[in-house]
Design a protein around this ligand. Structure first.
Ligand code: AMP
Length: 281
């Protein structure tokens, strides 16, 4: 496995894979866990090689504390990737390599999907995500790129990004990988205390039960029930729970037949922000 920090050296290493071979791409911010590895495995099955980028992207953070505390574990990440069968290239650049010392996000017109949930609560987040992915896609030039449904809104944004930027890459969504207590795996989980980790099981438990309730209860009733669950928790505080149209991501108050819906949660355990979501129908 090769580890690359410069654009030119990665581009050079990928040359043999440009003709009649497929290049897969898994962008990450590192502190890898089984969720990331499942994306890499899926990518390895469908491609001749896979580029895994590891880069904590400053332009997608609206909170410098969160950026500073984001876990960085490159050596362990490389060891984990080494356990996989297949040709993996790790791309771990400095910010200056990607941004040429101009660490600023472009402004995208993603439309209303960017204004809901994460877009509302994390100012400029999706512009930052779009900016860094556009740069990375143009370096890696993958045939397909793999994203987790854990960040479902991001997945929709990336599909829009490749249309806007006219990038010839297939975007593949992959299922959420969970801890034993149901908590969606996340690099931020490394920052949880044992008690917070255990309490955070409530997030997915609530989503699973919301899915059951969706069969018989109104959205109002479910919203009410969810806030009660979080009011009872001394460890977690709910930032939002929303039932939204799975395509437009607009919050819905009443369901219509034929539409697909998902439930989305963001909650804090101390200063650690956790998100999760589930398909309701
Ligand atoms: P991150 O390093 O958090 O930016 O995540 C990199 C990629 O891994 C994104 O496409 C995430 O959606 C995906 N990912 C993160 N956690 C999980 C998980 N628990 N299950 C599946 N995919 C995940």
């Amino acid at each position: 496995m090769g580890i690359y920090t410069k654009r030119e050296s990665l581009i050079q290493a990928l040359l043999p894979f440009r003709k009649n071979k497929r290049i897969g791409f898994v962008p990450t911010m590192g502190a890898l866990h089984s969720g990331h590895l499942s994306l890499v495995k899926t990518a390895l099955e469908a491609n001749d090689c896979v580029v895994v980028s590891i880069f904590v992207n400053p332009t997608q953070f609206d909170n410098t504390g969160d950026l500073d505390k984001y876990p960085r574990t490159l050596e362990v990440d490389v060891d984990l990737l080494n356990t996989l069968q297949g040709k993996v290239f790790v791309f771990a650049p400095e910010a200056s390599v990607l941004y040429n010392d101009h660490v600023v996000a472009k402004t995208y017109r993603f439309g209303s999907i960017a204004n809901e949930m994460e877009g509302k609560h994390r100012q400029g987040h999706f512009d930052g995500v779009g900016t860094v992915l556009n740069i990375l896609f143009r370096i890696v030039q993958p045939d397909a790129a793999y994203f987790g449904e854990k960040d479902y809104q991001q997945l929709q944004i990336v599909k829009k990004l490749v249309q806007i930027e006219k990038l010839p890459v297939q975007i593949v969504g992959c299922p959420i990988v969970r801890e034993n207590n149901g908590l969606a795996m996340s690099s931020r989980n490394k920052r949880l205390t044992k008690a917070q980790f255990e309490a955070a099981g409530l997030i997915s438990k609530t989503l699973f039960e919301a899915k059951e309730r969706f069969k018989k209860q109104s959205i109002d009733q479910i919203n009410q029930w969810v806030s009660e669950q979080f009011n009872d928790s001394s460890v977690l505080s709910l930032e939002y729970f929303e039932i939204a149209n799975a395509e437009t991501l607009k919050t819905v108050e009443r369901r219509r037949s034929g539409n697909k819906y998902r439930a989305f949660i963001a909650a804090f355990a101390g200063d650690v922000r956790l998100i999760d979501n589930i398909a309701l129908n």
